[in-house]
Write a protein that binds this ligand. Structure first.
Ligand SMILES: C[S@@+](CC[C@H](N)C(=O)[O-])C[C@H]1O[C@@H](n2cnc3c(N)ncnc32)[C@H](O)[C@@H]1O
Length: 198
């Protein structure tokens, strides 16, 4: 997968280009086989919080939108937003209308909400595509309400890199790096970076 680079004067982000990231239907089929256990785990983590009705959850880098749909189905009181930088992913996700789920095209580095909007921000297998992990984490922290938390699930190498940038976050942020929360396939384990907003 292409790293962040500069071609034809445009800044191309990881995840933009050819391959499954450009084919929402193909990615949805692939991820249903490979990532369903992760989606269930994230949805369970959200429901375990027993948030009051009307609480707001954001999924960053949602891809075809499977995770926000599962979160909304598992926790009927929640309002779920989901963003992806790829318009084709959001167009695909929007074809499945789901009550209480709203999809928006946006880059993690520039989320279209005011400060302190969300109770929980989740992200699964997207962080390793971000062009600037530190900027993405800062923006996620910005939209978290005091007392809220963000969970960034990704492969160990990606979270190690992102975790090394967390000193640039607001000082009212507690950071925990859980190195292995789920073994996805025999050779990959997924970790979680947790940001808690005080
Ligand atoms: C491997 S897919 C993961 C999709 C979904 N979260 C899942 O777990 O199946 C990575 C997604 O992150 C999105 N993405 C990459 N860079 C992003 C950015 N800077 N801001 C928002 N989304 C981004 C890609 O477009 C892609 O849909």
């Amino acid at each position: 997968m292409a790293d962040t680079d500069h071609q034809h004067g445009h800044r191309h982000r990881r995840g933009h280009g050819t391959g499954p990231m450009h084919d929402p239907k193909g990615y949805e089929r692939l991820s249903a086989r490979l990532a369903t256990r992760l989606y269930r785990r994230v949805a369970r983590d959200v429901t375990d919080l027993r948030l009051p009705a009307g609480s707001r959850v954001l999924d960053v880098g949602t891809g075809p939108g499977t995770l926000p749909r599962l979160i909304a189905a598992s926790a009927p009181g929640l309002q779920v937003d989901a963003v992806d930088v790829a318009p084709e992913m959001i167009a695909w996700a929007q074809q499945t209308e789901t009550p209480r789920v709203t999809y928006t095209v946006a880059d993690v580095e520039s989320l279209p909400w005011p400060d302190a909007t969300f109770d929980v921000v989740v992200s699964s297998l997207s962080q390793h595509h971000w062009g600037d992990a530190a900027a993405g984490l800062r923006e996620i922290r910005r939209v978290l309400r005091p007392g809220g938390q963000a969970w960034v699930y990704d492969f160990g190498w990606a979270l190690a890199e992102a975790g090394s940038t967390t000193s640039t976050l607001a000082p009212t942020t507690d950071v925990t790096h859980e190195r292995s929360v789920l073994r996805m396939w025999w050779f990959f384990s997924v970790g979680r970076l947790v940001l808690r907003a005080r």
